[in-house]
Design a protein around this ligand. Sequence first.
Ligand code: 5AD
Ligand code: SF4
Length: 435
Amino acid sequence: MHMERKTLYIRTYGCQMNFHDSERIAGILGTEGYQLTDRPEKADLIIFNTCSIREKAEQKFYSDLGRLRKLKKTNPRLKIGVGGCIAQQEGEKIFKKVPYVNLVLGPQNLDILPELIGTEKGTSLEDRPVHVKTYIPPQRLDRIKAWVTIMYGCDNFCSYCVVPYTRGRERSRPWKDIYREVKELSEAGYKEVTLLGQNVNSFSRNLEEDIDFPDLLYKLSEIDGIERIRFITSHPKDLSRNLIRAMKELQKVCEHIHLPLQSGSDKVLQLMNRGYTYRDYKEKVDFLRAEIPVIAITTDIITGFPRESEKDFEKTVKALKEINYDGIFAFKYSKRPNTSAVKLPDHISDKVKAERLSRVLEIQDEITLKKNKDLIGKEIEVLVEGKSKNYEDKMTGRTRTNKIVNFPGKTDLVGKVINLRIIEARHHSLEGEIL
Ligand code: 5AD
Ligand code: SF4
């Protein structure tokens, strides 16, 4: 049968999980004859893969969507679909808000997309446990590094977070499916995999299989060709000694952990329903560094959570100075639908949230720069990823600790693990030279 050639434009917002879902959307629509384009005005179908983690991400989507409205006039056949977390959160309400949207698709329903694209107004938003067993071959954008989902959803219900409502219950993929996928990636020449889940440490908690996350790392480490294994995200309350041991023993598992602290105040942590105190957290960090001295630790911080006093905030500042993170992502607290923090008393003004955010960023900038400068003169292993986006004549790669290094070199180095000497340090990247 001859398939009609059609073009697809995808706009993605938010986390790696979403970017990987977009690769799966491109994969499944590829089998329906759709080819990706990076120009929305050329597309027959536009999919917005949305994020609702903070209000700002949501506003960005609605304004981008509004801007594409005129394309519907010039191309009456154009269909617009909304996927991701806003789709799940808003459901059919999106049709009321934005009448020219044709499809609304939740993150657990990507495999239903081919059935939906033929309809004028289609929705697919059900909770579908079976989706974790449905493999959708992704159309991956990178040739060296690949994302592999190991679990979907989240059961932690941190009081600020919308994810348990948009991505549903925590469900792990069968480990053999994950193994097969990584094996295929190695055969296709991939060098690095990043295992994705909202809380990778509780992998397989709800599975019949007798396997946990550290076991999975041991199994995946056996696969030849894959040289680096990373994972995100780890919840501090579930970070086990077994995992730390696995990271230490397994050569392929990179020396980096993203361990969201959120706040340095126990009062705030409790209000956030995080399940640990600052002391618990710090003990884990100390143990990580004792076992794996070179490990890089990054984190997420929220400023101006409801009831966060000046004193509470100072505890976060103190934590940043004490822990000396390699990098942080910091955000102003944002009210999210359905979440319990919305109902807390004493919300903080935007002005104070913003002041606290800039203070946190300023402090961390100094720490990051100092840490990066400490690397000057050192020899470091880098996996070469491609041409640098910021420096035309340079190549770029990452250290095992997930730091970006730019260096003069040829494109035939892509996919190779090489040693570089660090010669300069910036806030968000390093400069190197080939040894
Ligand atoms: N407001 C601000 N930041 C948030 N995050 C999650 N929900 C919110 C919110 N409502 C941040 C947390 C989380 C990261 C992915 O996003 O720090 O770790
Ligand atoms: Fe949200 Fe907490 Fe789950 Fe992370 S662990 S996705 S912050 S509920």
